[in-house]
Design a protein around this ligand. Structure first.
Ligand code: FPP
Length: 247
């Protein structure tokens, strides 16, 4: 029996988040420039998207560019932005074919104008699709999102719109850019690194984590299926006891 057949389709996560890591090392191992790693990462992005669409996973968030990534050498930042524009343009037909809707989170105002325009165009042309929602985290960091959320809430308290007692977990969740989406049940990080790197710190509070040594450009359907099987082998207790969960 293949991995796909082993997956219980009734117990899939509704939201998978992925830290796509290892593009640079993949290229270095082959004696190539880092940008080739990013370019080859696009194949893995396409495969992850198509697999989620086929399985019926409702949301897929990909960490494509962090706030901290702006500090990389200019040549790499420029290459990544060019690749983003090219990929969004080239992959929109794939999104449409798979009934996928595109969304983005992050400080999008920092993106180059042509990148933002391409992104908004793709978001607009896929807005009526009701299959998997692909959320690109671009110029995103969780601490940036949380700081903005705190500012918004503080402003509402200052203006008398809400009282301090009205500040709840729900209100904080609603003030984040991830507000329209459920919190991911499964986080995958590739390349053998065991870090969150400022990604969805609030939203991943009770998620299951799956780490794999596979470098992102080599990530294929089978690796996603393995992650899903790993996820399905976990008992999600949310702070309760095992006995409480099984009764
Ligand atoms: C991390 O690898 C990867 C990135 C910073 C960029 C991810 C971008 C893509 C896969 C290309 C396009 C994506 C979309 C969604 C359009 P790294 O460079 O940190 O690798 P390293 O840790 O081996 O150096």
């Amino acid at each position: 029996m293949g991995l796909l057949e082993k997956i219980d389709k009734t117990r899939l996560p509704s939201h998978i988040a992925i830290i796509m890591d290892g593009n640079g090392r993949w290229a270095k191992k082959k004696g190539l420039m880092r940008v080739f790693g990013h370019e080859n990462g696009v194949k893995a992005v396409r495969e992850a998207c198509e697999s989620c669409a086929e399985l019926g996973v409702s949301y897929l968030t990909l960490y494509a560019f962090s706030t901290e990534n702006w500090n990389r050498p200019h040549s790499e930042v420029n290459a990544l932005m060019t690749l983003l524009v090219k990929t969004i343009k080239a992959e929109t037909p794939t999104l449409l074919k798979n009934n996928m809707r595109l969304q983005a989170i992050g400080d999008l105002s920092q993106l180059p104008k042509n990148c933002l325009e391409e992104l908004n165009e793709a978001i607009d042309s896929t807005k009526h699709n009701n299959g998997t929602t692909l959320i690109l985290a671009l110029s995103y960091s969780s601490k940036w999102d949380i700081v903005n959320s705190v500012k918004k809430i503080a402003q509402s308290v200052k203006s008398g719109e809400i009282d301090i007692e009205d500040i709840t977990e729900e209100l904080i969740s609603k003030s984040l850019t991830t507000e329209p989406f459920p919190h991911p049940e499964l986080l995958i990080r590739t390349s053998g690194e065991y870090r969150l790197s400022n990604f969805l710190l609030w939203e991943l509070a009770y998620s299951e984590f799956h780490f794999t040594d596979v470098l992102w450009p080599d990530f294929r359907r089978e690796h996603l299926y393995s992650a899903l099987l790993d996820y399905q082998s976990r008992e999600r207790r949310f702070g309760k006891t095992s006995e409480q969960i099984s009764s």
